[in-house]
Design a binder for this molecule. Sequence first.
Ligand SMILES: Cc1cc2nc3c(=O)[nH]c(=O)nc-3n(C[C@H](O)[C@H](O)[C@H](O)COP(=O)(O)OP(=O)(O)OC[C@H]3O[C@@H](n4cnc5c(N)ncnc54)[C@H](O)[C@@H]3O)c2cc1C
Length: 395
Amino acid sequence: MQEVRDTDVVIVGAGAAGLMCAFMAAQRGRRVLLVDHANKAGKKILMSGGGNCNFTNLYTEPANFLSQNPHFCKSALARYTQWDFIALVNKHDIPHHEKKLGQLFCDNKSIDILRMLLAECAEVGVTPMLETSVETIEKTEAGYLLATSAGPMRCQSLVIATGGLSIPTMGATGFGYQVARQFGHNLLPTRAGLVPFTITDQLKDLCNELSGTSVDCLVSCNGKSFRENILFTHRGLSGPAILQISSYWLPGQAVAINLLPDLDVPAWLAQQRNDRPNAELKTLLAERFTKKMATLIGEQWFVSKPTKQYTHAELEQIAERLSAWQVVPAGTEGYRTAEVTLGGVDTKEVSSKTMESLKSPGLYFIGEVLDVSGHLGGFNFQWAWASAHAAAQFV
Ligand SMILES: Cc1cc2nc3c(=O)[nH]c(=O)nc-3n(C[C@H](O)[C@H](O)[C@H](O)COP(=O)(O)OP(=O)(O)OC[C@H]3O[C@@H](n4cnc5c(N)ncnc54)[C@H](O)[C@@H]3O)c2cc1C
């Protein structure tokens, strides 16, 4: 029989939330074991933000998060803010900048953030136990008994920080959901969020032809709108505005894309007809879009002719198409490329103050495994840091 390793806290998952929780709990004098089945800690941190880690957002607020229970995230976000994380980043002299919309990125590489978290862990004696998998978990009177590939572990507090299902090749598993189910938790259906759309055959040619073209748009669905770029790709539609709206979209629904968000399009077309009666629609579009896009939509969507030849009804139809282009995506690229998993452990059964399970004392859930998902822009990491901090004060 292998000797049981006794500790105060076991954290499963050495990603963003797990690493943060580990050193913060150890700073309180708790003995912490941090286990991960992957061969490296924080793989998603490394690939995040296109390799530069968008580690927080200056304008973080609860409205930037999706959850069945929108109040849940408020307390943790208020107790560990973007300013707290920025202070940590500054303490480690990590150069960074605001890219746009409050999004803070590393000047160098994402590894700066991972090294910072690992250095904080090392300072308080936490070394992630990698390539360690948890086989079984049993509730005991004093806490939890785990059978792991590195031998049995006994702890008072067990923290589940195993993230969501996105990017299985990076080590994502449904383990956290399995543990939640074992201890009687309700799970909210999961689906891919912050993910590109795939399109039907009808749109394939357009997307193929325009692949690589980026357009500033207002994209709306289910009462939510985002003003950012969309990107045409060989597979469909991507870009920040599409990723944002994908989290609000449900299969079968249409997404409305305003391709000219700064214009009152009907008024603009009426004015052009008045001022430039002989100008062709294609020419007008080329003044607003790339030449290729203007030609393509001018030919595929409309009959391009001099503006004076359009009836008022025809101009209205053109305006409608340009300012509320209805796209019904075939689907999304799914967890293979999604930045986040929507849904997960129902927050109604978790304390918003401590992240402790209301079903099984001593069990905690932090980070993406919970039904809290951020918008694009550094919000998901801010949730990982804030929820980890909340749990770390109580484990
Ligand atoms: C491509 C990409 C880019 C992103 N860029 C950004 C960005 O710039 N800004 C931002 O805010 N968010 C970004 N995100 C989202 C962000 O990475 C996640 O929301 C965040 O990492 C969640 O933190 P977490 O600790 O909950 O989970 P993770 O960071 O995913 O960590 C979970 C850990 O648990 C481990 N694990 C899983 N299953 C088991 C198991 N059975 N046993 C043991 N260990 C297990 C995993 O190996 C992993 O180390 C990005 C996501 C992706 C996929």
